[in-house]
Structures are given as C-alpha cells and as structure tokens.
Design a binder for this molecule. Structure first.
Ligand code: SAJ
Length: 417
C-alpha cells in the first residue's frame, strides 16, 4: 500500500517520515521544487528536533520520496496551509488545489484524509469538490457506507519543537464522514500511533481542533489582561499568578509580549468568522492578545523617557537592547512573532541604537536588517541603557540576577525581575 502526503511542511513532512519509518512506501507531494529536492537528498528544509534523522533514514531506506505532482496511492493525507484573508476569513485555496490535484488519480477504495486546520464543514466541502471532479465515483455524502472513496478529517495537535514525539504519542481525533471512513483512517494512523484514536464525525473533529487552540488563546488573553491590570495597580503579575495557581482549581497561563506562531493567533478567527454573533469571548481574547505588542512598546517608550530625564543623555545616545525574537522560547522560528513586531515598532521610533540578542539565529530578519544590530548577550548587557526582555530562552533565564544591572527594564516574560 502506498501513502501519499500532500504538503511537506511542519506537519506533512514529519507525518510522511513517521509512516516511512514503519516501512510503508510514502510519496510526499509539494509544489515547492526546492523542498522536494532537499527531501530527496535526505535533508530537510525546516528546523525541528529529531526530524532530520527521521527523514534521512526514511529516504536512505527507500521508503520516502518527494515529487511535485501527486501520483496514484491508496491513502492521501492533505496537510497544506489554511491561512486567513483580510477580514479574518479562512482561505481554503490550498485545500481546494490539493483536492483537485489528486481527484484525477483517485480509484475505488482510496482514503482521503484532511489534516489542515479548517473551518467546520470543510471536509464536506472537499468531498463536494472531489465529487464534482469525479462524477464516475461514489462519495460518502451521497453513497454513505457504500461510497467508493472514504473521507475523514484528522487534525494534528503537535507542538512545534516536540513534533516528532507528540506526533506518535498524542491521542488523535478521527472524524470520518461515515463510520467506515473513521475505521479506515484509524487503521492507517495506528501504523505509527502510540496514542489512542478517538472516533467522531468530521464536523466535530474540525471544531475540536479550533477549540483546542482557542482555549489556549483565551487563557493566554486572561494572563495578558491581568498583566495590564497589575501594571496599573503596581502588582507583580507573575507573583500574583503563582499565588493564585496555589488554588486547587485555578491554573492561569503566563503573560507575554503577545501570541505568535501560525496556529493560536489564526484558528480562533475561523470560529469567529463562522459564528460572529456567538463567539464574543473568543474574538475579544484575540483582540487582547493582538494588542499586547503595542502596549509593550508604550512601556519601552516610558522607560526611555525616564532614562532621558534621569541621565541627561540625548535621545540619539540611548541604547535599547531587545532579548529574543522567536515566537516562543528555545526555537528559531521568527514567523508571526510578537517579538519581531515589537522590535520593528521600536526601531521605527527610537533615535538611538537598538541591539538585538537572539541566540537561535545568525542574522536578523529582513524587516529589521539595517535598523537594529544583532549582538551577543554580554555585549548587549554591557552597552544598553534600556533592556527589553521578549522571549524567555534558556540562555536568558540562566543569567544570575546580578547580571541585570540596568535600572530600566521592560520584562514581558517575568524572568529578570
Ligand atoms: N504563550 C504565552 N503564554 C503561555 C503560553 C504560550 O504567551 O502561557 C505564547 C507563546 O509565547 C507563543 C504562543 O503563545 O507566542 C503560542 O505558543 P504555544 O506554545 O502555546 O503553541 P504553538 O503555537 O507552538 O502550538 C499550538 C499547540 N496548541 C495547544 O497547545 C492547544 C499545539 O498543540 C498545536 O498543534 C499547534 O498550536 C497547532 O499546530 O495548531
């Protein structure tokens, strides 16, 4: 049996490699020729612990190869991006393109699984696109259990930085369009899954994925809102949360510079777009988290103003050092990072030098190149007047309190003060 994985990004590539590691023949499909060439050399185009080793052995052993156009297979997994358009409407262009690309090669008995985070109803929509393209085949929405093609929605829930282990260990929600679709999909994932397959319908499975990330977003928004309230009241929000979390039924998350990444800041909008009247808390949480970077920049401006007042320096002489650019600790992923957006806003207004310390990258992203200077931790601590702590990387957390001598510190993660 051959498995085809369409979309070889952060989810598709590890999934393809996981099947290949169980001696299944896997054909990975991606429109990006460079990604395809890289994988066929046994290398990877993304950074994720353990993935390089897994892909290398899959390719070397002949179980995984990559192509740019889908080939016939027995099971197809679609793991393509589902971004949103302006106005926060989900954009299903890539799902539709993937479905239409495999439609011509479908044959009776095939299984099609959608893994991409999607608004409720997308799997049914995908089945309609396939049925339109292949009137000669029977699909679950009309043929039910007698369908030629089995279709299911099976979301991933892996944490970037721990993808390979979570892919295998996490329980998996299986949303078949019919019970037979669910049974076929479970059978497939059981090839590598150590977690359980939990069966439901496709719409509930779609909503489940959106719910998980919205839950986290709402809880982070609660912590971020507390950080604003505590700043007004002169209370240390991290001490407050530590104390409140001693209650047996309270478990507050950590405030930060905002919410980044490609999932938590996006997925709640899918719920809001479909349910604008009902999704009031979910929408507000998004807005609270999206407003946090602007608030942090205001804190930096106040710190610089105090520094100018107390030191008699000129504005152009004040040095600001920003610590961390990644969207969360101990990764090198800068995409959709609130830290990057904060540093961008700082350099657009600050007249003096802005230093950046990011131990996980070798160069600044394009948006900052020429406007800030990447430097070493010690150098920034020696030279800066104002410190801005943005990401709690382990190198920063390991510093002794005596290393932070500056009076002006904006600490969005609560690790230095
Ligand atoms: N963050 C905080 N405070 C916290 C926790 C996180 O400010 O207490 C921030 C982080 O700094 C980061 C953002 O939230 O900017 C998101 O980070 P994360 O570690 O919470 O999540 P992601 O985006 O790396 O991965 C999430 C996970 N979802 C949940 O935990 C419910 C993961 O399991 C999903 O598979 C992934 O989204 C996805 O692909 O949907």
């Amino acid at each position: 049996d051959t498995i085809s994985v369409i979309g070889l990004g952060y989810i598709g590539l590890p999934t393809a490699a996981a099947f290949a590691s169980r001696q299944k023949h896997v054909v990975g499909v991606d429109v990006n020729q460079r990604a395809v060439d890289t994988i066929n050399r046994g290398e990877i185009h993304i950074i994720e612990p353990d993935l390089a080793r897994l892909v290398k052995s899959a390719v070397d052993d002949g179980y995984l190869r990559a192509v740019t156009r889908p080939e016939a297979a027995d099971a197809f997994l679609i793991a393509v991006p589902t971004p949103f358009k302006d106005g926060h409407e989900p954009d299903l262009t890539y799902v539709r393109a993937a479905a239409l690309s495999l439609a011509p090669i479908l044959k009776p008995g095939d299984l099609v699984i959608l893994e991409s985070t999607s608004p409720v109803g997308t799997t049914e929509q995908m089945a309609l696109w396939l049925a339109d393209a292949r009137p000669d085949l029977h699909f679950p929405q009309t043929a039910g259990e007698q369908a030629d093609i089995n279709i299911a929605y099976c979301p991933e829930r892996v944490l970037p930085g721990k993808i390979v282990s979570e892919l295998i260990k996490n329980d998996r929600v299986i949303g078949g369009m019919t019970p037979r679709c669910s049974a076929r999909a479970s059978e497939l994932y059981r090839l590598f899954l150590e977690g359980e397959c939990v069966i439901t319908g496709s719409r509930t499975a779609e909503m489940c994925k959106l719910t998980e990330n919205s839950f986290r977003d709402v809880n982070i928004a609660f912590a971020n809102e507390l950080s604003l309230i505590c700043a007004e009241q002169g209370i240390n929000v991290w001490e407050l949360i530590r104390l409140a979390n001693r209650h047996p039924r309270v478990n507050i998350l950590q405030p930060g510079p905002g919410v980044g990444g490609h999932c938590i800041a996006v997925d709640p909008w899918f719920i809001v777009a479909q349910n604008p009247q009902q999704a009031r808390l979910i929408r507000t949480a998004r807005l609270v988290n999206d407003d946090k970077p602007a608030w942090v920049v205001e804190q930096v401006k106040s710190a610089v103003a105090e520094c100018l007042f107390e030191t008699n320096k000129r504005a152009g002489e004040v040095i600001i050092a920003c610590f961390g650019l990644a969207f969360k600790p101990d990764i090198d992923d800068l995409r959709e990072s609130p830290a990057v957006s904060i540093v961008q806003r700082i350099v657009s207004w600050h007249q003096g030098t802005t230093l950046v310390v990011e131990p996980n990258v070798r160069q600044l992203p394009e948006a900052l190149a020429g406007h800030a200077a990447l430097t070493a931790l010690e150098d920034a601590l020696n030279r800066a007047d104002v410190l801005v702590m943005l990401v709690d990387h382990r190198q920063f957390k390991a510093l002794p309190p005596s290393a932070i001598r500056q009076k002006w510190l904006v600490d969005t993660r609560g690790v230095w003060r």
